[in-house]
Design a protein around this ligand. Structure first.
Ligand code: GSH
Length: 242
């Protein structure tokens, strides 16, 4: 089973490379994306949607540990975190938000979602993605889970305030997205990890960041990611209640 593509070929120039890549992804091996509600897997969903690709989605309930297709998620990722992408013909799924999002975006270089390997722009993109993973996403998790003492909460919250402050400053020159006018995997990742309310971190003063997130939320790819997730979570809950 291959991945279903919304439109055969989005690119009107229909150059040979693009046709080949469309074919590659249609016949090769993207199958199932495991997601969890309101988590970093939304970044990967948004990237898939930007590319008009529709892998099968499976919801993993990180608290109840069940899946929407009744499979055992421990067989996919025994560390029990999403996102995870099962690839046809591969025994080991891809994990790690950066890896999955970059892999998909790299298959479609003409999308502009990620710069080409071997360029300084790519290194800068990897820098940004690592920054989001380590300085934002992983800083939020213990706060959101209410696992910390007051000193730890203050420490992590201040880190997050500085980190988001850096992003806000970067956007101060009026650019639409973090690296300019092009929406990239880094923007998808930042959007998916805006967990400040759940973490109790007030970002109201960061107006550039606020406007930037609104711009991202207006994108069809992001709206679709939220809709798909909500539908799948509802279906999963219904099945459990039945
Ligand atoms: N290293 C992984 C971490 C992913 C991660 O923290 N996933 C969270 C959601 S954002 C999760 O599934 N947590 C479930 C759990 O740890 O119980 C990545 O960068 O993708």
């Amino acid at each position: 089973m291959g991945v279903y593509r919304f439109a055969e070929c989005r690119d009107t120039s229909s150059n040979a490379t693009y046709a080949l890549r469309s074919n590659l992804i249609a016949t090769r091996h993207i199958m199932k994306l495991y997601i969890a509600q309101a988590t970093c897997s939304l970044a990967v969903q948004a990237v898939f949607n930007e590319l008009e690709l529709a892998p099968q989605l499976v919801h993993f309930d990180v608290f109840g540990k069940t899946t929407s297709d009744q499979s055992d998620f421990a067989d996919v990722n025994d560390l029990l975190y999403v996102p995870a992408l099962e690839l046809d013909g591969e025994t080991e799924p891809l994990t790690e938000t950066i890896t999955i999002a970059s892999y998909i975006a790299d298959l479609y270089p003409e999308s502009g979602l990620i710069p080409k390997h071997g360029t300084l722009e790519r290194v800068r993109m990897d820098q940004l993605l690592t920054f989001v993973a380590t300085e934002i996403a992983q800083k939020h998790i213990p706060l959101m889970r209410k696992l910390m003492k007051p000193e730890g909460i203050a420490f992590q919250s201040n880190k997050l305030l500085s980190t988001y402050g850096k992003l806000d400053a970067r956007l101060a020159d009026g650019r639409s997205y973090l690296t300019g006018e092009q929406f990239t995997v880094a923007d998808a990742y930042v959007w998916a990890t805006m967990w400040h309310e759940r973490s109790g971190v007030n970002l109201d003063h960061l107006k550039n960041l606020e406007a930037y997130i609104e711009r991202i939320e207006a994108r069809a790819s992001v709206k679709k990611a939220l809709r798909d997730e909500a539908d799948l979570v509802a279906a999963h809950k219904e099945r459990l209640a039945a």
